[in-house]
Design a protein around this ligand. Structure first.
Ligand SMILES: [Zn+2]
Length: 302
C-alpha cells in the first residue's frame, strides 16, 4: 500500500450495543494496518443515535480497546472525556451546515412524514419507494425526516484496496436514505462524512456490511465542495468474521451478541484468531497480539 502522505484512520464504533466479535475484528484490523504504515489513529464514537445509546455501551468501547491490547493516538480518554469534549452533539452546527448545503441544491433532499409502519408499507426489499418525494412536504413540519433523493440510475464507483473496483447501485441497495431524522438530529451518514473530513481521515477500514453506507457517503460528499475531499479517502472493506469453512458467515451468525465479545470470550485470543483468518495468515499468527502484528508486518498483504 504505497502512501505519499501520513495515513489517518479511525475506530468508529456506535454505542448502541456491546461490541461484538465483528467490531473487535474491525478494530484490530484497522489498528494493524495503521500501525504498519506509522499512521495516526483516532477513536471517533458515533453517538447521534440517542435512542439506543446507553452509558454501559460507551464504557464497553473503552474497555474492549484495552482488553484487545491496542491503542489510538487521538480521541477521548474515557466516557467522561467523551461526553465533555468529543460527543457528536458538540458538532451539530457543522452537520447542520452540511444538511443546509444539501438542501439548497434543487431536488436533492425532500421531507418525509411517513411513520415507521408507512415506510415499511412503502418499501420493496427493504428500500423505501420515495412516496413522499413528489409531495414537496414542508421540511420544518414536526415529525418529519429529511431524505436524499437518489436517482434510479445512480451508481457509485470506487476502488477498494482489497476488493478492487466496486460499483454500488445506490437506488437499489439503499434507496432514498434518511439524512436528518425525525428527532431533528443528523443521520449517521451525515455525521460520518463531516467527522471524517474534520479529522482529515485518509483511510477507512470497515466491514463489507457497510458497502452501501460507503456509497451513500461518497455520493453525499460529492455534492458540496466542503466535503469533496472525502472522495480521496482510501477504503478497505473486509469480511466481518471468517466462517469455519473459510467462506462468509450468514447474516444471523454476524448478529451482535447480547453480552458482547468481552463477556463471551475468556481472552481476546478468538479475536486474534479471527483476524489471522480474515488476513489469511497462518493460524499460529492468532496466538497473541505480538504474533499477529509480526505476521502481518511480514506478510505481502496490501
Ligand atoms: Zn415518506
Amino acid at each position: 500500500m504505497p502512501y505519499s502522505a501520513p495515513v489517518v484512520s479511525r475506530l468508529a464504533p456506535t454505542p448502541s450495543g456491546y461490541l461484538h466479535l465483528g467490531n473487535a475484528v474491525n478494530f484490530l484490523l484497522t489498528w494493524l494496518i495503521v500501525r504498519r504504515v506509522y499512521g495516526v489513529l483516532h477513536l471517533r464514537i458515533d453517538d447521534l443515535d440517542r435512542a439506543r445509546l446507553r452509558p454501559a455501551y460507551v464504557e464497553n468501547i473503552f474497555r474492549t480497546i484495552e482488553w484487545l491490547g491496542i491503542d489510538y493516538d487521538h480521541g477521548p480518554s474515557g466516557p467522561e472525556d467523551f461526553e465533555r469534549n468529543f460527543s457528536q452533539l458538540h458538532h451539530l452546527a457543522e452537520y447542520e451546515d452540511f444538511l443546509e448545503a444539501l438542501r439548497q441544491q434543487s431536488g436533492l433532499l425532500y421531507a418525509c412524514c411517513c411513520s415507521r409502519t408507512q415506510v415499511l408499507a412503502h418499501s420493496a426489499g427493504g428500500v423505501y419507494s420515495g412516496s413522499c418525494q413528489p409531495q414537496n412536504l414542508d421540511f420544518e413540519a414536526p415529525e418529519t425526516a429529511w431524505r436524499a433523493h437518489v436517482g434510479a440510475s445512480t451508481v457509485v464507483n470506487f476502488t477498494d484496496l482489497w476488493l478492487g473496483p466496486v460499483a454500488i447501485e445506490l437506488a437499489r441497495d439503499l434507496g432514498d436514505f434518511v439524512v436528518r431524522k425525525k428527532d431533528g438530529l443528523p443521520a449517521y451518514q451525515i455525521g460520518s462524512v463531516v467527522d471524517d473530513v474534520r479529522l482529515g481521515v485518509t483511510l477507512i477500514v470497515r466491514g463489507l456490511d457497510l458497502l452501501p453506507s460507503t456509497a451513500a457517503q461518497r455520493w453525499l460528499a460529492a455534492q458540496t465542495p466542503e466535503t469533496a475531499g472525502f472522495l480521496q479517502t482510501r477504503l478497505v472493506h473486509h469480511i466481518l468474521l471468517p466462517a469455519p469453512d473459510g467462506g462468509k458467515l450468514s447474516k444471523s451468525q454476524q448478529q451482535p451478541l447480547d453480552r458482547g465479545i468481552m463477556a463471551e470470550a475468556a481472552s481476546p485470543r478468538p479475536v486474534f484468531e479471527a483476524v489471522a483468518s480474515v488476513l489469511q495468515l497462518p493460524s499460529e499468527a492468532g496466538r497473541s497480539l505480538a504474533a499477529l502484528r509480526s505476521a502481518f508486518e511480514n506478510a505481502a498483504i496490501m
